[in-house]
Design a binder for this molecule. Sequence first.
Ligand code: UD1
Length: 436
Amino acid sequence: MDKLRIHGPCRLSGTLRASGAKNASLPALAACLLTGDEVVLRHVPRVRDIVTMSKLLGHLGVERDEDPSGADGEPGALRLRANGHGSAPDEAPYDLVKTMRAGVLTLGPLLARRGHAKVSLPGGCAIGVRPVDQHLAGLEAMGAEVDIDHGYIHASSTHLPDRRLQGARFRFATRTVTGTENLLMAAVLARGTSVLENCAQEPEVGDLATLLRSMGAHIDDDGHGTLTVEGRRSLHGAEHRVIPDRIEAGTYLVGAVMTRGDVTVVGTRPADLAPLLEKLAEIGAEITTEDGKHNGSIRVRHDGDIGARDLVTAPHPGFPTDLQAQYMALMTQASGAATISETVFENRFQHVPELGRMGADIRIVRANYAQVHGPSRLSGATVMATDLRASACLVLAGLAADGETVIDRIYHLDRGYEKMESKLQRLGVRVERLSS
Ligand code: UD1
């Protein structure tokens, strides 16, 4: 298993380009199951989760071509065509879904277009139980018959007129990102109108709606969590550029503050990062932004003391849970005590013992509530990555630590961060991948 070795301490300085958002690309890839026409996706990051999703789509009969990468190093466009209507398997097997829960995103589109889907239950993961009850309740509200058998979700609409789902009013009991995306993809081909309430409002959900609209879907977003969808008989092909990855950009910007550095991320959308940027400004960082739909920029600089500020994660527009671990790494370098409340997932403090091994002073007061006392002098150590964002937090700690930090099991990082070593190197970090 590959490892990452960082020689700290270092100061991040320079400019980097944001990759496309992994969490916007995954539903966009699944959406190609909704039409037999070609869907062209640009700016899809080449990370492991995308490779896994592509494999899953291949299994479901989707043909895939890839354009050569651009001169600026941007990956080439993906051309996808779901040819297999009627004959391709409609089963998302356990082997592919277990490593990447987003495989469940094939459920809505498969059911909507083919009238049947068999998708492995994703099961638990390092950060919590992560049920899919809301995905299933929503599909049932649209008339689907849903069964769970031998670890698989079986969903069918073959008993309905024309095998089409029936538009419905559904209120999510909890805000779920992939749940909203799944129901949206089901509703666009349903008969009649669906009103989805208490939807997740993450930018990645908005990006999926943009893609679906360019495929011919009718979706109205009231901006307060209600999506009204008029179902269409069929959708057509489209070209779409996925939004920049706000979590990736946020990780490097946190690194800039933590190492008293100066980092500019270009090709990003500052508005998507507002909750983080507000926090970094409170801490004392100097922030400059230039707006742009896909090509804005954010510069974050910091010098001197880092202020300790409490954090509570929440669904968008709150502070993203996917940046909580990185923020905790930052607070180990702050002057004073900061509390961190994780409200989205029940088990997302797995980085705490590893940070402790590097010298951080963090107490888990109760489940989902931790206190960080800083500033700590971190020292390099061999640490173990447990999930994607926890791994990013250990990289940041390694940047601030004295000496060598070796992060084991970086396949977690490879799931979601494109070209992380070369991006860090460009910012002045001495880092290398140790392959085994
Ligand atoms: C997505 C993101 C992930 C991010 C998370 C929260 C993708 C591929 N992944 O994950 O990076 O951390 O949003 O922003 O986009 N829940 C239920 N019932 C359900 C569904 C969810 O109780 O049917 C709960 C979950 O257990 C969790 C909360 O809702 O406590 C939010 O989870 P959800 O938004 O669904 O996360 P994902 O979509 O899996």
